[in-house]
Structures are given as C-alpha cells and as structure tokens.
Design a protein around this ligand. Structure first.
Ligand code: ADP
Ligand code: MG
Length: 151
C-alpha cells in the first residue's frame, strides 16, 4: 500500500478516525501531520490522544515545542515550527525511539532528524465540513497500520 485516502464529513468523524488510529499505535511509532491552518490537525490530534488513552485535554503546543501526555503509552505532541532554519536537536531520537507515540507538526523543519519509518498524514479541506485525509506509510509497520485503519 502506497497511500490510503479517507474522507470525513464532520469534525467528529475526523476525531473518530484518529481515535481508531490511536488505538492501533504502539511505543516508538512516529506520525507526521500536515495541513493548512483550519484543516483539522488539532481535531485529529485530540482524537488520536483519546485512542491512546490520554485523559487530559490536548491543545496545540504553540509555545512549547514538545508536550507530553500520559496515556496507555506516553504521547508526545511536537510542533517544531520554530525550528525552521535551526539544527537544534531537542533529543528527538529519545522521543522517536522511546516508550511513547510521537506526533510531529511542521515535520519538514526537522526532516533530517526524522526516523525512516513513519506515517505521514496530510489533511486537506475539501468543503466546510469535509476533509480528505491522505495516509502515507513509510515502512512495513505503518503499511500494516494503514490496512487495519482501512477496515
Ligand atoms: P488545524 O489544527 O489544522 O489548524 P483545527 O483542528 O484547529 O485545525 O480546526 C479545524 C476546524 O475545522 C475546526 O473548527 C473544525 O470544527 C472544523 N471542521 C469542519 N469539518 C471538519 C472535518 N471534517 N474534520 C476536521 N475539522 C473540521
Ligand atoms: Mg492546530
């Protein structure tokens, strides 16, 4: 599978899809999340966190680059926007290879520090209430995850 494209017709549907994905994830999984402002990245991330068993409210980590939440496994939410043109390394490998699941927003700014195996999710607005979610898996593990998600 090269790509999985799914559509949703409401924010709730996007959150439910993300929750389903969250339930399929395990320690060491890394997801990159793309989409314009208002596409639904935060909506998606909140659903994902729910699927990981996070009870706390998840918001965008605009002022902190990395936010950590307790769940079934730890959940790390990163927004590396402020690392554009910076080679600062905040110990990314320890997060990526660690005990938790990581979601990275603006991952292109740390492209050279990302693991080889990851799942990219691109959310595109197709109407007021409709979104297209394109899942691009890199590595066998995420191909399997996408097959499960498609069911
Ligand atoms: P981002 O984090 O990408 O800027 P948000 O998740 O904060 O986006 O905002 C998405 C907005 O779009 C919310 O106001 C949400 O209610 C709305 N929306 C409408 N339809 C959908 C949908 N199908 N999926 C996700 N969000 C949707
Ligand atoms: Mg957001």
């Amino acid at each position: 599978m090269e790509q999985l494209i799914l559509t949703t017709a409401s924010p709730e549907e996007t959150a439910e899809l993300a929750e389903k994905l969250g339930a399929l994830l395990q320690a060491g999984d890394v997801l990159t999340l793309e989409g314009d402002l208002g596409a639904g990245k935060t909506t998606f991330t909140k659903g994902l966190a729910k699927g990981l068993g996070v009870k706390r409210v998840v918001n965008s980590p605009t002022f902190t680059i990395i936010k950590e939440y307790k769940g079934r496994v730890p959940f790390y939410h990163m927004d590396v926007y402020r690392l554009e043109n910076s080679d600062e390394d905040l110990g990314f490998e320890e997060y990526f290879e660690g005990e938790g699941v990581t979601v990275v927003e603006w991952a292109q700014f740390i492209a050279d520090r990302l693991p080889e195996e990851l799942l990219n999710i691109d959310i595109r607005r197709t109407g007021d209430e409709t979104r297209e979610l394109k899942f691009t898996p890199a590595g066998d593990r995420f191909i399997k995850v996408c097959r499960e998600l498609e069911k």
